[in-house]
Every structure is written in structure tokens, then in C-alpha cells.
Design a protein around this ligand. Structure first.
Ligand code: TUI
Length: 307
């Protein structure tokens, strides 16, 4: 399982934990890093001080490398970018935008830079700007997504750039990991499967929705009313939001109705929560520790790849 990604990040298995806003906090990140993967604390929209405290808590739980995910639509991005430097983190992943303006400062500080990209064009720009690797995330992923599927995006990105590619979106077991490697990826990012980790602190209602989901239970909202579509569980609330945008509501209306909905989901609010997760949720059928999840995925992927 040694690849350029394990080498760059100094980890045992080429598995990055998804940077999921409100979900990826210190206990999950430390557990993934302690199990040999790359744990990640997600900044989301949280205030910078809250994230600094999360980083300190993670440092108390692991001596292994872990990273920070910066959601670039957050008003706190500048502060979080600086925190990564102050805290001498091993790596940064970014989402929902172009992190170009931060790359030089991160690289000077010795931080590995790994942007999430939804297209070949952005992958090329990131490679030119000095990124160490990219995460090619397909539309099967949870949360804010691009248009292209993982199966189509990953090989095109692999062909277009020289730096290593990490595949994301729809990968939750060893078969998915092996398939991603066949497409040319040198690592995978896994989010949805870690929602079912014992160390993941989300409300039991959220875990039950993920574990109980079947293949057709995720939908994408925000495609009509906004520029940032989001995939999550098809709850009554999510269907109501889809109806709302189909009825021709303004972007502002939609934002008002969905503001804070991810935090509500993490707190277990079935009526008003946005239970973001990937369309692979249908395959997640039980909870386990982060270590069990990583061991199982790498065992199966390793077996398939060695055949
Ligand atoms: O960022 C994500 N997933 C997320 S962020 C998030 S928080 C949120 N909450 C409510 C509404 C919207 C977001 C929940 N899930 N994944 C990585 C990702 N990045 N997916 C797509 C992109 C992306 C999109 C456009 C990356 C770059 C990009 O660039 C546009 C440009 O500036 O060129």
C-alpha cells in the first residue's frame, strides 16, 4: 500500500478521511490518523478559535500527521489558512473553491497542499500553482459536489497532470479502493463510511439514516436555486427543498431555508437537518471503529490489487 501519497504524507495507508464540516472533529481525525490513515479536521463555517481548539485536542490524542480542510466559501478561510501555518499541520485540503492565493504561504511553511477539484481544468490550475496532489471528487460524493462522476473524472485528471491523484466519491470498501487505483489514483478519500465510525460524534439519528439508507436514498438539492449543489439523504426536508427550488424560489429564499441545516443534522434534527452523505451510503450497513474500517478496506483492496 505504499504510494506517492503515503510517502508525501508520512502515513501507512493511502486513505484520507473526508473533511466534513461539523462532522470531522478531533476524535474522528485522531482515530483515523492513529489507524494509519490521514485524519482531517474540517473548518467548515466554524469560527477560527473553535478550529484551533479542535486542532489542539487532536494533537493530544495522536502524534501521527493529520490535516485541516478549509471550505473556501467560509468567511473564516483566511484565518484558517493562517492557523494551518501557526499549528505546523502536515497538510491542508480545500473544497468549494480555488485555494490559489494561499498555496505559496503553505508551501513556504512546509505544509502539503491537496485541493479537492471537480474538473480537469481546475486540476491543471492547481498543479501549475504548486499543489502536492489533488483530490478528484466525483458527483457520487456527499455534501457540495461537482458534475462529473468519479469513474469519468479520475482517469481524465490522472492523464492531465503529473502530481498524484486521490480519488473521492462513491468509495467505501476495498473494491472501490482497488477500482480507484485501476483508474490511476494513488490514494482515496473516504467520507461517508466514516460517518458510521464509533469515533464519529454525529447524532445517532444521522448514523441511523446512513446505515439504513438504500441505493436510491440520496438526492441532490441546490442544483436549480444555487451554484453549490449538495448531496444528502432524501428526507422529507430534502424533498421539500427540492420542491421549493423547482417552484422557482430565489437563491436567497433557498439559502434562508437551508442555513445551518448541516449543523442541525449533526445534532439529530430530522425535521430541519441536511444529512449530507454520498450515494454509497446504501452500502454502509454497520458501525465500526475507524481502525476496523481502514483495516477491512485495505485488506480487501490489497488482496484484489495483488491478483
Ligand atoms: O467542499 C466539498 N464538500 C462540501 S463543503 C460543504 S459545506 C456547505 N454547506 C452548505 C452549502 C454548501 C457547502 C459540504 N460539503 N467538497 C469538495 C468540493 N469542492 N466539491 C466541489 C468542489 C469545488 C467546486 C468548485 C472545488 C473547486 C471549485 O472551483 C470553482 C472555482 O473557483 O474555479
Amino acid at each position: 500500500m505504499n504510494t506517492k501519497i503515503t510517502e508525501i504524507l508520512g502515513i501507512e495507508f493511502p486513505i484520507l478521511q473526508g473533511g466534513m464540516a461539523w462532522v470531522s472533529e478531533h476524535k474522528l481525525a485522531a482515530a483515523v490518523s492513529n489507524a494509519g490513515g490521514a485524519g482531517i479536521i474540517a473548518g467548515g463555517n466554524a469560527p477560527a478559535d473553535v478550529i484551533r481548539a479542535e486542532i489542539h485536542r487532536a494533537k493530544a490524542l495522536t502524534t501521527k500527521p493529520f490535516g485541516l480542510n478549509i471550505m473556501l466559501m467560509s468567511p473564516n478561510s483566511d484565518d484558517l489558512a493562517q492557523i494551518a501555518i501557526d499549528e505546523k499541520l502536515a497538510f491542508v485540503t480545500t473544497g468549494a473553491g480555488n485555494p490559489g492565493k494561499y498555496i505559496e504561504a503553505w508551501k513556504s511553511a512546509g505544509i502539503k497542499v491537496i485541493p479537492v477539484i471537480p474538473s480537469v481544468g481546475l486540476a491543471k490550475r492547481m498543479a501549475r500553482a504548486g499543489a502536492d496532489a489533488v483530490i478528484a471528487e466525483g458527483g457520487e460524493a456527499g455534501g457540495h459536489i461537482g458534475e462529473i462522476s468519479t469513474m469519468c473524472l479520475v482517469p481524465q485528471v490522472v492523464d492531465a497532470i503529473e502530481i498524484p491523484v486521490i480519488a473521492a466519491g462513491g468509495i467505501a470498501d476495498g473494491r472501490g479502493m482497488a477500482a480507484a487505483f485501476m483508474l490511476g489514483a494513488q490514494g482515496v478519500q473516504i467520507g461517508t463510511a466514516f460517518l458510521a465510525a464509533h469515533e464519529c460524534q454525529i447524532h445517532e439519528n444521522y448514523k441511523k439514516l446512513v446505515v439504513g439508507a438504500k441505493d436510491t436514498d440520496s438526492i441532490v438539492t441546490g442544483r436549480i436555486a444555487t451554484t453549490h449543489p449538495v448531496r444528502g439523504i432524501k428526507t422529507k426536508f430534502a424533498r421539500a427543498m427540492l420542491d421549493l427550488e423547482k417552484s422557482g424560489c430565489t437563491a436567497e429564499d433557498f439559502e434562508v431555508r437551508t442555513a445551518g441545516a448541516l449543523k442541525k443534522a449533526v445534532d439529530g434534527n430530522i425535521e430541519e437537518g441536511s444529512f449530507m452523505c454520498g450515494s454509497i451510503a446504501g452500502m454502509i450497513s454497520r458501525e465500526g471503529s475507524a481502525e476496523e474500517i481502514i483495516r477491512e478496506i485495505t485488506k480487501v483492496a490489497g488482496g484484489l490489487l495483488s491478483k
